[in-house]
Design a protein around this ligand. Structure first.
Ligand code: HEC
Length: 246
């Protein structure tokens, strides 16, 4: 194996280094923005400020204690109930899983009497539709991600991030480090991303997998960040003569 066959940072022009550097810095910034976005979309779902594992569980699995309907009948919509006891009937129904047969028996009569005067699409198209089970179920289940949503987010995520990781990895390959380490290092972010996406789907049915979502997401961030930092460092501040390796 002739070491000269493999390009290293010392073999590329300053212009290429500049291009690599602005690319890596932009991706790094984009990643920080993605983290901030993640924080704002998931934080506080459990009713407490800040991001917690419970927020992740609610995002993917959903919650039977925090639902829009449950919150509304305990709060702003409470005065619309003719009998306070009906509020408890609705709350119990939500806690029991908000199933359709009980909806038809117990819940629909209450909503038809007290709520549909406003919550009908033809009257207020922006309000939750409380005239049928489908509309009610949407606010009676605690916001867990639906399969179509997860499929949509995962395909965007996989395509988009695979591209980013590929280009970061291509640059990182020009580093001068142990070749076994390098071979493993280019795989880790891809493996972590796949595990992350798979664990979203598992968390939908098994809440404890939220930990895997967090750990794999963190691992992807750290491994990607290290490739960026090591590449930028070696590109500009490192000049040891290349050793045999690939
Ligand atoms: C007088 C009209 C009116 C009646 C009657 C009414 N609502 Fe509402 N409802 C509203 C309006 C207006 C909003 C939007 C409030 C807002 O976004 O601040 C709303 C919002 C809601 C929401 C969504 C809250 C959220 O998470 O954004 C739910 C759920 C809800 N109502 C349930 C009910 C239930 C259950 C009843 C019957 C007990 C009911 N509403 C009766 C007008 C009504």
């Amino acid at each position: 194996m002739a070491p000269e066959r493999f390009r290293r940072f010392k073999d590329i022009s300053v212009s290429e280094r500049i291009l690599n550097t602005v690319f890596l810095l932009t991706i790094g910034l984009g990643y920080l923005a993605a983290l901030a976005n993640l924080y704002y979309t998931h934080q506080g779902l459990d009713g407490k400020a800040g991001l917690s594992i419970e927020d992740v569980v609610i995002s993917y699995h959903g919650s039977t204690t925090q639902t829009r309907l449950g919150t509304a009948i305990k709060g702003i919509m409470k005065p619309n109930l003719r009998y306070a006891s009906d509020g408890q009937v609705i709350e119990e129904w939500i806690r029991a899983g908000a199933e359709e047969p009980e909806y038809t028996d117990k819940i629909a009569p209450i909503l038809n009497r007290d709520c549909v005067i406003c919550h009908t699409p033809s009257i207020n198209p922006t309000l939750p539709d409380l005239t049928n089970y489908k509309g009610v179920a949407e606010v009676a289940h605690g916001g867990g991600a639906t399969i179509p949503t997860l499929v949509r987010v995962s395909h965007i995520h996989l395509f988009g991030i695979a591209f980013i990781l590929f280009f970061i990895g291509k640059i990182f390959l020009l580093c001068d480090i142990n070749m076994y380490l390098k071979r493993i290092a280019v795989v880790i972010p891809f493996a972590a991303m796949l595990l992350d996406v798979v664990s979203w789907f598992i968390t939908k049915s098994t809440p404890s997998f939220a930990y895997v979502v967090v750990i794999s997401g963190t691992l992807m961030g750290i491994s990607m960040g290290m490739q960026i930092v090591i590449s930028i460092y070696q590109m500009w501040f490192y000049s040891r003569k290349s050793e045999v390796g690939c």
